[in-house]
Design a protein around this ligand. Structure first.
Ligand SMILES: [Zn+2]
Length: 415
């Protein structure tokens, strides 16, 4: 255990409170912290750590306007803060699942050319990603930018927006790692390890957001850096009762983060409702994570076994997720075409068509909802009631739920 200073979220729209914590570290390298469950590295080089402590000052995020010493402090703090929250998030998930997730690599200071970046993303190896490093971990990695722009510090002064200082961004990306290795919305485990897909569906984004809300203890997860956006604006991505399937759009051109807010808000409402019955919040969290895991394990049809055999061959022609076929599956799955469209696929049916259907099923909110209720049947009535208020119920496609929610709205207006 190494003493460290990190931000602890306090539910308010700011970075959190600075606190001393103990971090379980296997090895401390010059710009890298190796944890039992993750490796967190600053990719910009130089020596950030030279002792046995991780007690650094956030230095208002450092950045190009700070002097070299302050920027080094801020980078060292960023690695430390990220390491702590990645460890906390992964340990929270593994405690509920009953097993660890695969080792996660986190790389800070990525994609800062040609323009600085204040965002983060989760990446799996895929050959067509020319703007990514040549080798990516098969298990998945998180990339955080070196920072860009300024957000307000608690005292109102400017704070350089380094994503490693932003606990919400870190937790959201860990949420994608959780999704990849449980619900696996894009069936990446059936694809060759070097040819996975990084396209995220709304369920992936929404689940990552509600996971973040659970870890932060607030529905206003991005309140710090999106504080200038009104709470009623969907871009704030605050989880709240107003977001229903009537606000869902679907389709490849739609930002899955915005559509995901509907799912995240419904999950948050269900969790609040569970707490209101006197149950522990962990009851809902466990049902959510175990539901994700069972939804991921449920392969549905023989189609998946067939695909799996092909994928195992790597470059074999039978690998559905291989070269062209993989891209095709992406394009098809990206549309809001529902499963019935697959019936006319005709002669080239086979594995590709079945995979399309399997991917299509995995995008449906109702499928994950059913898995959550099966994970804890006693909670089901409470969860279903809360979800229904967001227009989400079992056994209907996202499109059907959207249409029904909008018809309800029209009815309200016409009354
Ligand atoms: Zn995301």
């Amino acid at each position: 255990m190494i003493p460290a200073i990190v931000y602890i979220p306090d539910g308010r729209p700011r970075p959190g409170e600075l606190r001393e914590v103990a971090l379980d570290v296997l090895e401390l390298r010059p710009a890298e912290v190796v944890l039992p469950e993750a490796t967190v590295r600053d990719e910009r080089g130089g020596r950030l750590f030279d002792g046995s402590t991780l007690m650094f000052d956030p230095a208002a995020g450092g950045g190009p306007l700070a002097d070299a010493a302050a920027d080094r402090q801020a980078r060292a703090f960023g690695v430390t803060n990220t390491a702590f929250h990645v460890q906390r998030a992964l340990r929270f998930a593994s405690a509920l699942l009953g097993h660890p997730l695969p080792h996660l690599l986190v790389r800070i200071g990525m994609h800062d050319q040609p323009r600085r970046w204040h965002g983060g993303h989760y990446r799996l190896p895929r050959p067509s990603l020319t703007d990514e490093p040549a080798t990516l971990s098969f298990a998945g990695e998180i990339h955080l930018g070196g920072g860009d722009g300024f957000v307000p510090a608690p005292d109102g002064s400017p704070y350089f927006h380094a994503p490693a200082h932003n606990v919400a961004i870190v937790c959201h990306e860990v949420g994608h790692h959780l999704c990849r290795h449980t619900a696996d919305f894009r069936l990446n485990r059936l694809r060759p390890p070097a040819q996975q897909t990084n396209r995220k569906v709304a369920l992936d984004e929404g689940t990552a957001d509600v996971f973040t809300a659970i870890l932060l203890g607030t529905p206003d997860i991005y309140g710090w850096h999106r504080g200038a956006i009104a709470e009623w604006d969907q871009r704030r991505r605050k989880l709240q009762p107003r977001w229903t399937m009537a606000h869902f759009w679907g389709g490849r051109d739609r930002d899955p983060h915005a559509d995901g807010t509907v799912w995240a808000s419904a999950c948050w409402s269900a969790r609040e409702r569970v707490i209101a019955t006197g149950a522990d919040a962990a009851r809902f969290d466990t049902a959510l994570l175990r539901g994700m895991e069972s939804a991921g394990a449920d392969t549905g049809a023989g189609a998946v076994a067939e695909t799996g055999a092909g994928a195992g061959a790597g470059t074999g022609a039978g690998a559905v997720a291989g070269t062209g076929a993989g891209a095709g599956a992406d394009a098809v799955a990206g549309t809001e075409a529902e499963a019935e469209g697959g019936a006319g696929a005709g002669a080239d049916a086979g594995a590709a068509r079945l995979t399309k259907d399997a991917l299509n099923q995995r995008r449906q909110f109702s499928r994950l909802l059913s898995a959550i209720t099966r994970a804890d049947p006693e909670l089901a009535p409470v969860v279903l009631t809360a979800m229904a208020e967001h227009g989400i119920r079992p056994g209907a496609s996202n499109t059907a739920l959207k249409d029904a929610a909008r018809a309800d709205l029209t009815g309200e207006v016409g009354r």
